[in-house]
Design a protein around this ligand. Structure first.
Ligand code: BGC
Length: 752
């Protein structure tokens, strides 16, 4: 019987692989056939991506001027359109009409090649009115729960397809090295392993088993590569990243997502070591396409070929910028506001400056993606196929994700959970707006219209009022995000006198990209002043952080009794937050980055030993400020129950270079409340020829435990886990002792 089952199993795996292989060669054949029929102009058109708004009728925002659409699709043969029509976030019905107009126009062309529509659906179908909005990516990372994250991506895919759109510009695989960066929250935080696991969960969720299904979308990894690593922390400023480090960290995240099948990649607008990534044949063709074997579409970021000329100044003309980028390996240009790319590239090929083979490679990749997405068959969404769009079921998943992301950083004297019978003051600039909960890329680029589009959702204040009744909540904003206002502070102080506890909501405005640049990482002074004024009352203060990046709070943190980080938790975030504050949900998020204490101490958790003072270094006449003392460390996350770790075991204390190591640990809920716990396994290579990291995350798993329940959690480490990239850019391991750590338990083993 067992053998029969095994046989059947093997047969079904083989037939899946066979049918996948078969489908691939079928698609390849279709691509070659179509390519052979195409003119140079049609091919270059496929490589051209234009923003939807340039086809609009200025007198009727959101609606096409038919002549303009005809010109784009018929005359320039454009292969792709992106972005959201004015004034932002159409309904699924409006999206259906928009895509129908595009498809009808494409069907009038000679070869009827469908136009590929791409969208920034980055936390749900975030450019569609009524869609389910999830926490932003930094919050997804904080859940440490890849199943939940994958489910969220499936919902996002479903609701994006319900909007008739088959391609999302997500996941963001940036690896921020400076926490001030305005897109920190679009990333998975500071750890490459956590980012890789989350990247795979998103790609799997978006693309499913069949990317061509009406419930899946093609993903687009972005922004390849090194974008998040500017040393100023300002958007689109230079990075300096030795290739050794690029390979050790950044590239591993892309590698994982490519293995998971990611169909496309968007290139970074930045420069690394003086070369704009859009101009780097080494990074795009040699490493991404040849070494990693990426067979999908490489698209530029917004206007980035033109910027090679106007901003980066590596090309003397726009035309030369096109040559440089295409020869570096770009397949599609997000031009996106005019047609110079098309005209220049046609001319470059005609004059022999770009070979037809490069064009054919690019177009084959684009056509392959269109066939895989089944765009030649699939027309617009039949709205009847999407009954769950914006449904209670989807909203519940977004709520669960927010609830598992929100991170309790401090809870002195168990001030939380609060008692539902006490009167509280809710105050702070972020307490009463959906804009701050959603952040950027929500309905509009900067996310400034969340209060209109998500008017039926609850702000933090409203969620409190729903929970314990308006009569128990005192409220005043207390501060503006930027403008100082003593009278408003005084109002909050006066009101606080009638409350037993204060919930202080601080954070940041909604932003993304360059508009989010800051020169000062501290929380704004208008908000610090409010915190300090309230702290003088000697009433317990619960600080709620609602921010995309860790704004420094060391000026007043010691005066806060509890601190909760809710990141940018999306439309359901306030309900989840308030449920946590009252103990109806036990918090289980963990911080996916080091929260710095000082602006000149931005060490990561996987720091080198030289980043803090070592034994014997401090002498009596000198006071050293060299210290590793983040406000909160990566992985911090408290619960209302306690978890006890015991019996850490490894199955070998000596291993050879091919062995795996099996690790187990027992985790007990030793408190009184059911709870979830993410178990994090760190490894340290004690001595190595490249200075070793203090510790590195190698595995994690989230489990649920009832009070008094114990679970054994098992991990297997392999040789790759022991390796690092050496000076010759090779992954190697070296003999010696390694220390494995889970919670405060440690075990050593030796690699012989
Ligand atoms: C951003 C990308 C985004 C693209 C398309 C760019 O400005 O950097 O992340 O996908 O615009 O909207």
């Amino acid at each position: 019987m067992k053998n029969t089952i095994l046989l059947l199993f093997t047969f079904s795996i083989c037939s899946v692989t066979w049918s996948q292989g078969n489908k691939k060669s079928e698609i390849d054949a279709k691509v070659s056939e179509l390519l052979s029929k195409m003119t140079l102009e049609e091919k270059v058109g496929q490589m051209t991506q234009i923003t939807v708004t340039i086809f609009e009728d200025p007198k009727k925002p959101g609606y096409f001027d038919p002549a303009k659409l005809k010109q784009g699709i018929q005359d320039y043969h454009i292969g792709s359109i992106l972005n959201v029509p004015n004034p932002g976030a159409p309904t699924i019905q409006r999206w259906q009409e928009t895509l129908t107009a595009i498809i009808n126009e494409a069907n009038k062309t000679r070869l009827k090649i469908p136009v590929l529509y791409g969208i920034d659906a980055i936390h749900g179908a975030s450019y569609t009115a009524g869609a389910t909005l999830f926490p932003q990516q930094i919050g997804l990372a904080a859940t440490f729960n890849t199943d939940l994250v994958k489910r969220g991506a499936e919902i996002s895919a479903y609701e994006t397809r319900a909007s008739s759109i088959p391609w999302v510009f997500s996941p963001d695989l940036d690896f921020p090295r400076n926490p001030a960066w305005s897109r920190m929250w679009e990333s998975f935080g500071e750890d490459a392993y956590l980012s890789s696991k989350m990247a795979v969960a998103l790609v799997d969720g978006f693309e499913g088993k069949n990317v061509g299904s009406k419930y899946s979308v093609a993903s687009c990894m972005k922004h390849y590569i090194g974008y998040g690593s500017t040393y100023t922390g300002k958007d689109r400023t230079p990075s300096i990243i030795p290739e050794r480090l690029l390979r050790q960290y950044d590239l591993t995240i892309y590698e994982a997502a490519i293995k998971a099948g990611a169909k496309s990649v968007m290139v970074s607008s930045g420069e690394i070591n003086g070369t704009p990534v859009h101009a780097s044949k080494h990074l795009i063709t040699d490493i991404l396409k040849n070494e990693l074997g990426f067979t999908g579409v490489v698209v530029t970021d917004w206007k980035d070929i033109i910027y090679l000329h106007t901003r980066h100044k590596v090309a003397e003309t726009k035309r030369d910028a096109v040559r440089i980028a295409i020869m570096a390996g770009i397949d599609m240009s997000m031009v996106p506001e005019e047609f110079s790319f098309y005209t220049d590239l046609v001319d470059l090929v005609q004059k022999g400056e770009v070979p037809m083979s490069r064009i054919d490679d690019a177009v084959a990749r684009i056509l392959r993606m269109k066939f895989e997405l089944d765009l030649f068959q699939n027309t617009v969404a039949n709205l009847k196929d999407y009954p769950k769009f914006g449904s209670a079921e989807h909203i519940q998943e977004a709520y669960k994700t927010a609830a598992e992301s929100i991170t309790l950083l401090k809870n002195n004297n168990a001030v939380l959970p609060l008692n539902k019978n006490e009167k509280i003051l809710v105050t702070g600039a972020t307490a009463n707006s959906m804009k701050y909960l959603n952040g950027g890329w929500s309905y509009t680029w900067q996310g400034d219209k969340s209060d209109t589009y998500a008017a039926d959702k609850f702000t933090i204040l409203e969620a409190f009022q729903n929970k314990i009744g308006k009569e128990n909540i005192l409220y005043t904003p207390g501060a503006d995000l930027e403008i100082e206002n003593e009278a408003e502070i005084q109002k909050a102080v006066d009101l606080a006198k009638n409350a037993s506890k204060i919930v202080l909501c601080l954070g940041e405005k909604n932003y993304t990209e360059t508009p989010g640049d800051i020169s000062n990482l501290f929380m704004s002074s208008s908000q610090i002043k409010l915190a300090l004024a309230l702290s003088k009352l000697n009433k317990p203060i619960i600080l709620v952080l609602n921010e995309g990046r860790p704004r420094l709070i060391s000026d007043f943190e010691d005066k806060m009794n509890a601190v909760i980080q809710c990141y940018l938790p999306g439309n359901e975030g306030a309900r989840a937050l308030v449920d946590i504050i009252y103990g109806d949900v036990n918090p289980s998020g963990r911080l996916p980055y080091n929260y710095p204490r000082y602006p000149n101490s931005l060490e990561k958790y996987n720091r080198k030993y030289t980043e803090s003072i070592s034994e014997g270094e401090q002498n009596d006449d000198a006071k050293y400020e060299k210290s590793y003392l983040p406000q909160y460390e990566f992985g911090t996350g408290l619960s209302y129950t306690t978890f006890t770790y015991s019996n850490l075991k490894i199955d070998k204390s000596e291993i050879n270079s091919n062995d795996e190591i099996n690790v187990s640990v027992e985790v007990t809920n030793s408190g009184k409340k059911a709870g979830k716990e993410s178990i994090l396994l760190y490894l340290s290579d004690n001595f190595a020829s490249i200075t070793p990291e203090f510790k590195t995350l190698k595995r994690f798993e989230k489990i649920s435990l009832e009070p008094n329940e114990t679970k054994t959690v098992k991990f297997t480490l392999n040789q790759k886990d022991l390796q690092f990239v050496n000076e010759d850019l090779k992954w190697i391991s070296e003999k010696g002792t390694f220390t494995l750590q889970i919670s405060n338990l440690k075990k050593d083993f030796v690699l012989k």
